[in-house]
Design a protein around this ligand. Structure first.
Ligand SMILES: *[C@@H]1O[C@H](CO)[C@@H](O)[C@H](O)[C@H]1NC(C)=O
Length: 309
């Protein structure tokens, strides 16, 4: 009885020790997520670690695979007589206990989950890691579209960004008009996004400048372009001048005519008034000439009186 218990104990102990040695002794530790930039070199890096101190650990094989892509396999094989298996544009680097996958020219399609598998003389291990890709938008461009000479809408475009961001509109007072715009996101062949947005202008809109701003996927404003509108009042300039010119001419004619009339009238008034008004004080002095009581009658008056008598 005692011997059978001892045997069971030994079996359990052996199993534990064996299991430990084969799977848990070697570990691959990776960043959960790494980020690369489109058009640049990227690196996915993991470390091979041991759970116990060990003098020598020889990494024999490193295999990088991409989940959901059976074609993707990059392997570094140090075993004698074995060959590396590498894809153009991808390298596997081994430096001490650091193993990495180098992507020489990062593309949107490189985004995804990868597994890193190592074979060592002390056991094997595997770990997965996520790779994300970003790309900066090119500077945006904007233009005005006219209808019968009047600005009808603004159009803004930004290409080359990833993940897709957003275009937003502001007037010169920094009031946002994005809700009045029609946004569109196109996915280009290389997986990058093309943002465009059309802002319809309200009739009689009084703003002289609008700004189209590019926001990246994290909501950061990364670039902008300003659009200056040509001056337009409530009427387009051509019609305005066509109305103003005759009004000015007729108006000045009327004013001139009125002035001439006024001057003529003043002059004639002055002429009529001069005899009576100039010696206004002497009016009384002149009265005696017609006052018969004071003035003696002319001499012939006496003669007529006499002959009548
Ligand atoms: C957005 O821009 C900010 C600031 O430039 C940057 O830190 C961030 O990584 C960008 N995000 C993306 C998804 O490109």
């Amino acid at each position: 009885m005692a011997s059978s218990i001892l045997l069971l104990f030994l079996i359990i102990c052996f199993c534990c020790c064996y299991g430990h040695a084969s799977s848990a002794f070697v570990e691959v530790v990776c960043d959960e997520t790494s980020i690369g930039q489109v058009g640049h070199q990227s690196m996915l890096t993991c470390k091979v670690e041991t759970t116990q101190e060990t003098n020598g650990l020889t990494i024999l094989v490193v295999v990088w695979k991409k989940k959901g892509d059976d074609q993707f396999l990059s392997a570094l094989d140090k075993r004698a007589g074995k060959e590396n298996k590498l894809q153009p544009g991808y390298k596997v680097a081994l430096n001490n206990r650091t193993v990495s996958l180098v992507i020489t020219d990062t593309k949107v399609k490189d985004e995804g989950d990868y597994t890193c598998q190592v074979v060592t003389d002390s056991g094997n291990a595997i770990k997965s890691t996520n790779f994300k890709v970003t790309a900066k938008y090119h500077p945006p461009t904007a233009n005005i579209s006219y209808e019968k000479g009047i600005p009808k809408s603004l159009f803004c475009k930004a290409t080359g960004g990833y993940p897709a961001g957003e275009l937003r509109w502001f007037d010169e007072n920094q009031t946002e008009w994005t809700k009045s715009a029609e946004p569109r996101v196109n996915k280009m062949e290389d997986g990058l996004s093309e943002l465009s947005s059309k802002l319809l202008l309200m009739p009689g809109s009084t703003f002289s400048e609008y700004t189209c701003a590019v926001y990246n996927a994290s909501g950061n404003r990364v670039d902008s372009v300003a659009v200056k509108l040509p001056f337009t009042g409530p009427e387009p300039p051509k019609q305005l001048s066509a109305i103003i010119a005759p009004v000015l001419v007729v108006g000045s004619l009327i004013v001139g005519l009125l002035l001439v009339l006024l001057i003529c009238r003043k002059r004639s008034q002055q002429k009529n008034r001069r005899p009576s008004t100039a010696p206004l004080m002497g009016t009384h002095d002149m009265v005696p000439h017609s006052n018969q009581e004071i003035d003696p009658p002319p001499p012939y008056f006496e003669e007529v009186k006499d002959s009548m008598a």
